[in-house]
Design a protein around this ligand. Structure first.
Ligand SMILES: Cc1cc2nc3c(=O)[nH]c(=O)nc-3n(C[C@H](O)[C@H](O)[C@H](O)COP(=O)(O)OP(=O)(O)OC[C@H]3O[C@@H](n4cnc5c(N)ncnc54)[C@H](O)[C@@H]3O)c2cc1C
Length: 447
């Protein structure tokens, strides 16, 4: 099949872009290097849209939360990623979490069912000279292509770190010590497994994290900053004795029924808590929330087995540390994500400097719409800045400070401010405004 557009990278962004183009009838070649025997250091399988770390798409609340609003807008644009997430959903309180295997299989099946989308397992090593292409190769873009992008941009790409959290087999967790509950549980959702710690246990654990043997930095990694939402647990621990108790090990709102007394029939709060969240549909594997780490593997097993309830834990996957690469988009890309010096090349996903699964998919969705408009000879209109998609796009393509450009999750700080609205009502005001203002854009784009 001769294609009209080439998409490199079948991750979250590339798959979404291929869907948006393919369902509009354009002929797409989607090249994915996994399946050829090659994988990035973080990917574990060959399926499209693999989630490399957490299985969560974060909050699904579209009334008060920016990423929840982004979910909502993507659904209105017939997003493949959001549709597949709905098919693969697992319980996670107000968050949207998925069984990663079901999710990836659904994305692949839906794309494979489009006759005009050709999925090819191949590694691409260079940017094409003038044919239209969307580069969605992600934070772990293979080396040769990264070199070609470096040459085309003439700029140093930035690199920073991402760390992966360990995953534990459910049947190796001691439920006589741990208990199921969500924070401030009123009985209706008990989605997390909680491991309680006394003060002495916490202090010993904290000391173990700080002293534990870490993966050594390589020379090029010196002074490399961390991906914000994925800071290693031991780096957080180094920031202060209580940093973890106010972060991923926060005990508040978690009554431990094993510690119930006549005065506290529902149980008491622990000094610190380790939480695990269901990672697959079957409920057989659970990830340690916020426990991404660069501790050496043997050290992880030793230290994490000192957590009450995890004394006999078996790990389906241990934590790890990986490179991340992204462009200085505000300088290099135009308002439609095209390389200013080579407009046949459009970027999508995390490589543009957005941050997170949902944001990467959203930028893939917009890149697909931009390319569709271009191929159809129509003018592309950006979503209003007051929407989550518009705010994210504006940040990437011009609003962010080029000199200090860092990957960014969607958040209300990217939206035009609503100073006149009282702080308490502001989040709802942002989402209400976005929902009203996206309507004409959706109509104009005929999405
Ligand atoms: C280790 C790690 C952990 C992360 N954890 C989280 C998290 O917990 N939550 C979160 O929201 N975000 C997380 N992120 C950030 C980010 O959201 C994800 O990396 C996300 O998958 C990015 O989507 P993408 O489509 O841009 O890239 P990817 O999903 O990585 O897709 C890129 C695809 O391109 C392919 N590819 C690369 N080079 C080539 C080539 N030359 N030719 C052909 N194919 C190629 C890759 O095999 C891959 O399938 C993490 C990132 C990393 C690296």
């Amino acid at each position: 099949m001769t294609h009209q557009i080439h998409i490199i990278g079948g991750g979250l962004a590339g798959s979404e872009a291929a869907w948006q183009l393919g369902r509009r009838g354009f002929k797409v070649r989607l090249s994915e290097m996994r399946g050829t025997g090659e994988r990035s250091p973080a990917h574990q399988g060959d399926g499209l849209a693999e989630l490399v770390c957490s299985n969560s798409f974060r909050s699904d609340d579209h009334e008060k939360n920016a990423v929840g609003l982004l979910h909502h807008e993507m659904r209105q644009c017939d997003s493949l990623i959001m549709d597949a997430a709905a098919k693969a959903e697992v319980p996670a309180g107000s968050a949207l979490a998925v069984d990663r295997e079901i999710f990836s299989a659904e994305v692949e099946a839906r794309l494979a069912a489009l006759p005009n989308v050709e999925i090819v397992r191949e590694r691409i090593d260079a940017l094409p000279a003038d044919a239209p292409v969307i580069v969605a190769t992600g934070p772990l873009t293979a080396e040769a292509l990264a070199g070609s992008i470096g040459k085309a941009t003439g700029a140093d790409s930035l690199a920073f770190f991402d760390a992966i959290a360990p995953i534990v087999y459910r049947d190796t967790i001691d439920m006589d010590v741990c208990w199921m509950a969500s924070r401030w549980d009123k009985g209706e959702t008990k989605d997390y497994i909680n491991c309680p710690m006394t003060k002495d246990q916490y202090l010993a654990f904290h000391a173990g994290l700080v002293a534990g043997e870490k993966t050594a930095f390589k020379e090029w990694e010196e002074n490399t900053p961390y991906f914000d939402g994925c800071m290693p647990i031991e780096v957080m621990a180094e920031r202060g004795i209580d940093t973890l108790r106010f972060g991923p090990m926060k005990p508040v709102g978690l009554d431990n029924p094993h510690w119930a007394t006549p005065e506290h029939p529902n149980g008491r709060w622990a000094y610190a808590v380790v939480q695990l969240r269901q990672d697959n549909n079957l409920g057989t594997i659970w990830n340690m929330v916020g426990f991404q780490t660069k501790l050496k593997h043997a050290e992880q097993v030793r230290l994490f087995r000192t957590i009450p309830g995890l004394e006999n834990a078996e790990f389906a996957r241990l934590g790890g540390l990986h490179r991340n690469t992204f462009l200085n988009s505000p300088v290099l890309l135009d308002r439609t994500l095209r390389l200013k010096t080579a407009p046949n090349v459009r970027f999508a996903g995390q490589i543009t400097g957005c941050e997170g699964y949902v944001e990467s998919a959203a930028v893939g969705l917009m890149a697909g719409l931009m390319a569709s408009a271009e191929l159809a000879g129509r003018e592309w209109q950006a979503p209003p800045r007051t929407t989550a998609m518009g705010a994210l796009l504006s940040h990437i393509t011009g609003d962010a400070e080029a000199e200090t450009y860092q990957p960014m999750n969607v958040n209300f700080g990217l939206f035009p401010p609503l100073h006149d609205v009282k702080k308490k009502q502001r989040k709802e005001a942002y989402t209400e405004r976005a929902k009203a203002e996206i309507v004409p854009w959706l109509e104009s784009m005929a999405v």
